[in-house]
Write a protein that binds this ligand. Structure first.
Ligand code: AKG
Ligand code: FE2
Length: 319
């Protein structure tokens, strides 16, 4: 709505309309602009229960602008959890510049929220719908840990395939940079359908998106999701349950191994509906004496109580 409003109203009118929406705590305006509060350094939704003064407030069109100006999401109204539009819009709205920087620096990036509570509940409830899946893996049988997971059949539900194609397009440019830095003679096409055709040519034809399910005592050993010679170097996990409420423990953990160094452990803070991008296998690290090859693994610490579900989106298919 803001784009059309902007065409017909001078900026000062738009600002006063926005301020009126803030005074009304108008939830219907949520997501159409963001209120930066200079005195607290936070940005809010119009519906926030906070009562800032007019002179302490300015507005931005996007969250990225508010964050770039140094503002943090308000802890009360959680503008960072507000979802706009469908999956494709939500993916477009994420701060990919920052995500690529974090992936280059740490090998992983917290992307923020991509799925609503309803999306998460829908995926969890569909876990027992056999027709949606091609296989079920009981982790103990393979020494992978405790718990189980199911791979979606082809075609995956719309939500899952929208995530897979949309996220792939944002990550392919970075995958190409990594391939170059690691002196790998390969490039990744910019759309996922083309990449899947390449996987199929390499004999990897089975889809890899999956849902993992953990109960009390379950965990996932550190591993790499490699399914053949064709590897897309970055993958995504989206937590479907709320830590501290739906389950305790069950942290998403990663290790990275740099040549001639001990391993470094990292724990990613995840909330229900929020996503993490991380290196599948190897990533380049620019060091004083050139580019190092860093090996990463990921897993999940023991779930102490409750039920933890996670959606895994891997971009290469399996043999
Ligand atoms: O359950 C998790 O958070 C991790 C799942 C996982 O190993 C994956 O998505 O590849
Ligand atoms: Fe995994």
């Amino acid at each position: 709505m803001s784009a059309s409003l902007r065409l017909v109203h001078p900026p000062e009118d738009l600002d006063s309309e926005r301020w009126d929406a803030v005074l009304r705590r108008d939830a219907s305006a949520d997501g159409t602009f963001w209120t930066c509060v200079k005195t607290t350094g936070v940005y809010c939704l119009p519906s926030c229960s906070g009562r800032p003064k007019r002179e302490n407030v300015f507005f931005t069109e996007t969250r990225a602008e508010a964050e770039a100006a140094g503002f943090r999401p308000c802890k009360r109204c959680r503008p960072d959890r507000f979802l706009i539009g469908g999956v494709k819009d939500r993916i477009d709205e994420l701060d990919w510049g920052r995500a690529h920087d974090a992936l280059n620096t740490n090998g992983w990036a917290a992307l923020g929220r991509l799925l609503s509570d309803e999306d998460c509940a829908g995926l969890i409830n569909a876990y027992e719908e056999d027709a949606l899946y091609r296989s079920r893996v009981v982790m103990r049988r393979h020494g992978f840990g405790e718990g189980e997971y199911r791979y979606f059949a082809d075609p995956a539900p719309q939500l899952v395939s929208d995530l897979r194609t949309g996220l792939y397009e944002k990550l392919a440019p970075l995958a190409n940079e990594w391939a170059k830095a690691l002196k790998q003679d390969r490039t990744y096409p910019h759309d996922h359908a083309a990449y899947r055709r390449r996987c199929a040519k390499a004999g990897q034809k089975r889809p890899t998106p999956l849902i993992l399910k953990y109960g009390p005592g379950d965990y996932n050993r550190l591993h790499q999701d490699l399914y053949g010679g064709e590897v897309f170097p970055i993958q995504i996990a989206i937590l479907l349950s709320q830590p501290g409420r739906d389950f305790e423990g069950g942290e998403f953990v990663m290790t990275e191994q740099t040549p001639r160094r001990q391993s470094r452990a990292m724990v990613a803070p995840l909330e229900k509906g929020s996503a993490i991008a991380f290196a599948v296998n190897e990533r380049p690290l620019e060091g004083a004496r050139g580019t190092y090859r860093v090996k990463m693994r990921h897993g999940v610490s023991e779930v102490r109580s409750g039920a933890r579900y996670c959606l895994g989106v891997i971009f290469h298919d399996a043999a």
